[in-house]
Design a protein around this ligand. Sequence first.
Ligand SMILES: *Cc1c(COP(=O)(O)O)cnc(C)c1O
Length: 489
Amino acid sequence: MTEPTIYEISVAGRRGANLPDSDVPALRLPAGLARADLPLPELSEMDVVRHFLRLSQMNYSVDKGMYPLGSCTMKYNPKVNEDMARLPGFALSHPLQDSEFSQGALALMYQLQEWLKEIGGFAGITLQPAAGAHGELTGVLIMRAYHLARGDTKRNKILIPDSAHGTNPASSSMAGLEVVEIPSDAHGNIDLEAFRRVCDETTVGLMLTNPNTLGLFEEHVLEVAKAVHDCGGLLYGDGANLNALLGVVRPGDLGFDVMHYNLHKTFSTPHGGGGPGSGPVGVAAHLVDFLPGPLVGIVEDGEGDEPPLYGFITPAKSIGRMRAFQGNFGVLVRAYTYIRMLGASGLRAVADHAVLNANYLRVRLNKAYHVPHDRICMHEFVAEGQWKDAPGVRALDVAKRLMDYGFHPPTNYFPLIVHEALMIEPTETESKDTLDAFADALLRIAEEAKTQPELLTQAPHNAPVGRLDEVKAAKELVLCCRPVEMKRA
Ligand SMILES: *Cc1c(COP(=O)(O)O)cnc(C)c1O
């Protein structure tokens, strides 16, 4: 890192504020409690503003440019969402406030539950889970509770396709289930024969992502749903890719019994860097009694034009609480605003354009990049970042070189079933001009890979930092700067 820290630009004697002389008697602390010196940087207001603004500009964000990070749905986040989340009535409300005084917040949550039910085709919703992975854990616990409540105690196995996101096996293991991996077939669908061979009376269910992480719609989804149900299991939907289906098809109608929504992906909340997120879970009628509680419900109908009275309701066989208070309320306000601003036709247009944009890029790129499952894709597709005639170049190099062209790299090395994967999700919010600029950059990079491979393998050339030790950067992240970096105990 060449960028100086705020301590390194400190100049002794500089001041950022002028305070009047104190008019209260100085407090004398006992000698042992007072520090001899407090090494704070000394800077003018302008020094501080420029330092932090410069640092912030080194960061890449969706407000700065296209962010085609597959599976993450880094769509533009409308600023009206932020305005609504900051309305004092929402931002300053306290989760322990009596529900009588939180009717506005509860009405919003109730309406959001209703909309998510309608969008997903489900009978009940919990807004508690804090992210997609947390929704998965919630959903899997609901499935387990359902079997146990029927006296069906032998079920301890969950089936998960090899294309699944790593959170699927992780949350299933956390719920105490044994994970069995199901292969994909040559078309990128789940291998139904392999599935049928292992689905039996010990199966809790199948976790299916549709469209899957290859960006492909599961062509036999109705057959898959029937096959799971035939062996007594339930079908869990990883709804992270719901962006492709909004207003077109409802997972509940396809036979999914449970699904989590990623509000921070599909319904536009700033995410990345760890949150906050929100992963509501929708369930079909036979699972409503098992939802975590409390849910927001109508406790008293309003008379005439009066609004109803909202309150909290805990389902009869609830698996219990999954999170303190009512979930990430600020994210719920943003999702509510987003849905309300777009309306039904707007949500449908989101899916239409997300799918159109992905297919446009796929077709512009599929001659220069090998696309292993090259059929009509949904909101994203996966290409290979390696060529036979450029053996020294890998997907990572393509990703790093894209940064020199001013684009955030796509997801790479996921899904695991594609060699040197580059997973590209343009989202619906990019214009054709931006898509073309991105495709042009990738086409030039494919050329460079063959003519000047070192341009890729040495990239990035003009980023604030070069290639990092990514494991170290993630595991030993330094989030605050100190005059002398403290050693860990
Ligand atoms: C993002 C994602 C998840 C996990 O969601 P989080 O909100 O990040 O916990 C699960 N599955 C898929 C396919 C995803 O893209």
